[in-house]
Ligand binder design. Structure first.
Ligand code: 1GP
Length: 243
């Protein structure tokens, strides 16, 4: 992923096996790859069935050439069939489980399966989201960029390779550009932004503000033409990318 970022900001397509599995996931990912997405993320906040995850990852792996990266909500989010895993700590969780305990439980399995672990500091912004509730996140205001920036810098100093600013899947609005811009100014590691990004215009705004990686999930579940929708978002990212 770091290699791809050298040429500018990139797009990742998120598949939630609970909502989209099997052949549908394969078809979506194929179209997304053709439209220029850089990798597929697989995960969801309430995923518990590892069989369902394994099936989806296997199907997706068989139909695309780009990396398939796990986006785990818990230890049940690990699959031996993926290429890599966002090895995340939910930085504003009030529970040690989501800060470090789940990671400790899952780490031996990540090693056993030979998955590439990508260290990610995960920050859930705003309230009223499934990920915030499940992850016991203390609501971090969407508009307090300095606060998010301080946590992001702490993540950088702790050795994490990415910071993920999450507004929550299906959020009414993406993370505000001003917040992203402040985090960008205060840190040096690439910023992943996701939640509520639905159009090329949304993607353009977050990239202009400093997003290096743009994640979209809900749009591929809802789009009539996945290729066209991802194409619109990828073009906007490429056009507004700084490098
Ligand atoms: C959720 O950031 C991702 O973890 C994607 O959100 O489903 O709103 O695109 P959307």
């Amino acid at each position: 992923m770091s290699e791809k970022l050298k040429n500018g900001s990139i797009h990742l397509t998120l598949i939630d096996p609970e909502k989209t599995g099997g052949d549908v996931a394969s078809t979506i990912c194929k179209s997304a790859e053709e439209a220029g997405t850089s990798a597929i993320l697989v995960g969801g906040s309430t995923l518990v069935a590892s069989e369902q995850l394994d099936d989806t990852v296997k199907n997706v792996k068989a139909s695309v050439g780009i990396p398939v990266i796990l986006f785990p909500n818990n230890i049940s989010g690990i699959s031996r069939f993926a290429d890599a895993i966002f090895f995340m700590s939910l930085l504003n969780s009030s529970s040690t489980y989501f800060l470090i305990d789940a990671q400790a439980l899952g780490a031996p399995l990540v090693r056993k399966y030979g998955l590439e672990a990508i260290p990610v500091g995960y920050l859930v912004l705003g309230g009223g989201t499934t990920v915030g509730f499940v992850g016991q996140a203390r609501p971090m205001p969407l508009t307090k960029g300095e606060l998010a920036g301080a946590y992001a810098l702490a993540a950088q100093y702790l050795g994490m390779h990415f910071i993920y600013l999450e507004a929550g899947s299906g959020a009414p609005e993406p993370v505000p550009p001003k917040t992203i811009a402040i985090v960008k100014k205060l840190t040096d590691i690439p910023i992943i932004v996701g939640g509520g990004i639905k159009t090329g215009e949304d993607a353009r705004r977050v990239v202009k503000a400093g997003a290096d990686v743009v994640v979209t999930g809900t749009v591929v579940e809802e789009a009539e033409n996945v290729g066209e929708k991802i194409g619109e978002i990828v073009s906007a990212i490429e056009e507004s990318s700084q490098r």
